[in-house]
Design a protein around this ligand. Structure first.
Ligand code: F1P
Length: 358
C-alpha cells in the first residue's frame, strides 16, 4: 500500500470536525429534535450516562457537563458495570434517567444494558448515536441521531466530539441556557482556523522525538478527554499510555517521569494554578510536556515543550470538544511515525459484538 494513503481516512475525519459539528448542530436544531426528550415521560432528577470504549469517555465528559449546566446529579458508567454490578449503579431509592451512547448502535454490552433498563427496570431510555437503522434505536424510547458525525475509520474521532456536543446542547436546552447554547454553536468557527496548522506542528514535534510512555492529565470535565487521549494513542500507535486526574499524578505515578515520558496536560480554567504547578514539577523532573490550555501565562509557556493555546471565547465547558483535537492528532501522528496504519488499528474491530452467552 502506497505510504501516502496510510492514515488518510482518520486524518481527514479529524480535520473535518468543525464542519461536521456545524452539520450536527443543524440536525439538532431541527424543530422539536432536542425538545422531544422527556415528551411523554418526566425524566428523574438524576442522569446516568452509559457507553463502552470511547463512548464511555463521552459519558464521563457529558456527565460532568450535565451537572455543571443543569445542576442535576449525573454519573457515567461503562455498560459492563451496569450489567455485572447493577446494584452498584442503579438504586431503587435514586431513580436515574439512562442515556446510552453508541456511535454504531450495535455494541452488545450497550444493547444488553438498554434491554435490561427498558424491559426489567421499566425505565424509558434515551440513546445518542451516529447511525440509524440499528438495534439500539429499536430498544430505546428515543434516539438522538448525529448522522453527519458517522465515520469510516475504526477509531472514534468526530463521533466522539459530536456526541459530546449533542449531549451538551441537550443539557443547555433542558436548563434554558440560551446564551450558553449559542456560544456552544460558535465552537466550529473558532476551531476551524487552527486545526490544520496544528496537525502540521504536531507532526514535526512527534517526528523529532522518541517517547516510551504517554501520560494524559485532566481534571473535572477534562478527565474524560484525557481518558480519550490515552485511548487514541493506544488504538492508533499501540503505545503504552495512561491517564490520571492531574493532581493525582503527584501521588506516585510521577515516578515514571523521564525525557522519554510525554506528559500531556489538559489545563482547565477553574483549576489552572494548581494544575500548572504539577506541570512545572514534571518539567523540573525532566519530563517532556505537551500543554493544551485556552490561554497560557508565561510560566506555562516556559514549562511547555509543545503548547496548544485554543484562544476560544466560549465558556469553559463549551471548550471540551476542542481539547480532543490535539490528543486525536497526537495519536494519529505517533501511529504514523511508528509505521502503523491508524485507519487499521491492530487487534481491533469497529464494533465489539459478543456472542449471546458471554
Ligand atoms: C464503542 C467502541 C469504540 C472503539 C472501537 C470499538 O463503539 O468501543 O469506542 O473505538 O471502535 O467500539 P460504539 O458503541 O460507540 O459504536
Amino acid at each position: 500500500m502506497a505510504q501516502t494513503t496510510i492514515g488518510t481516512r482518520t486524518r481527514s475525519e479529524i480535520l473535518s470536525q468543525p464542519r461536521c459539528w456545524r452539520e450536527c448542530f443543524q440536525a439538532l436544531d431541527e424543530p422539536g429534535q432536542l425538545q422531544r426528550v422527556g415528551e411523554g415521560w418526566s425524566p428523574p432528577p438524576e442522569w446516568l450516562f452509559i457507553g463502552c470504549g470511547s463512548s464511555y469517555y463521552v459519558a464521563l465528559a457529558a456527565a460532568a457537563s450535565w451537572m455543571a449546566l443543569t445542576g442535576q446529579l449525573a454519573r457515567a458508567v461503562p455498560a459492563s458495570e451496569l450489567l455485572l454490578f447493577p446494584a452498584l449503579t442503579l438504586h431503587a431509592s435514586r431513580p436515574a434517567q439512562p442515556v446510552l451512547i453508541s456511535r454504531s448502535g450495535h455494541t452488545s454490552e450497550v444493547l444488553k444494558a438498554a434491554e435490561w433498563l427498558e424491559l426489567q427496570q421499566n425505565l424509558r431510555t434515551l440513546a445518542i448515536s451516529c447511525a440509524t437503522h440499528q438495534p439500539l434505536e429499536e430498544i430505546c424510547a428515543l434516539t438522538l441521531h448525529l448522522l453527519p458525525a458517522d465515520e469510516q475509520s475504526l477509531v472514534m474521532t468526530r463521533s466522539f466530539t459530536s456526541m459530546l456536543l449533542g449531549l451538551q446542547a441537550l443539557a443547555a436546552e433542558r436548563s434554558g441556557l440560551r446564551a450558553w447554547a449559542e456560544a456552544l454553536r460558535q465552537l466550529p468557527d473558532e476551531t476551524q482556523p487552527w486545526v490544520e496548522t496544528l496537525a502540521g506542528r504536531l507532526e514535526e514535534f512527534v517526528r523529532a522525538r522518541e517517547f516510551a510512555d504517554y501520560v494524559f492529565l485532566g481534571q473535572g470535565p477534562l478527565f474524560g478527554i484525557a481518558s480519550e487521549g490515552m485511548l487514541k494513542v493506544k488504538e492508533m500507535s499501540c503505545s503504552y499510555a495512561q491517564c490520571f486526574h492531574t493532581l493525582e499524578f503527584r501521588h506516585g505515578p510521577k515516578a515514571i517521569v523521564s525525557r522519554e515520558t510525554l506528559v500531556t496536560f489538559l489545563l482547565s480554567e477553574s483549576g489552572y494554578e494548581a494544575e500548572r504547578e504539577v506541570l512545572e514539577e514534571v518539567k523540573g523532573l525532566g519530563g517532556t510536556t505537551l500543554v493544551v490550555a485556552n490561554r497560557a501565562d508565561p510560566a506555562t509557556r516556559r514549562a511547555a515543550d509543545f503548547l496548544v493555546e485554543l484562544n476560544l471565547t466560549v465558556p469553559e465547558y463549551a471548550r471540551l470538544a476542542a481539547y480532543a483535537l490535539p490528543v486525536q492528532l497526537l495519536g494519529l501522528t505517533t501511529g504514523l511515525k511508528k509505521g502503523f496504519d491508524p485507519d487499521r488499528p491492530r487487534n481491533l474491530s469497529r464494533v465489539v459484538i459478543l456472542n449471546n452467552n458471554s
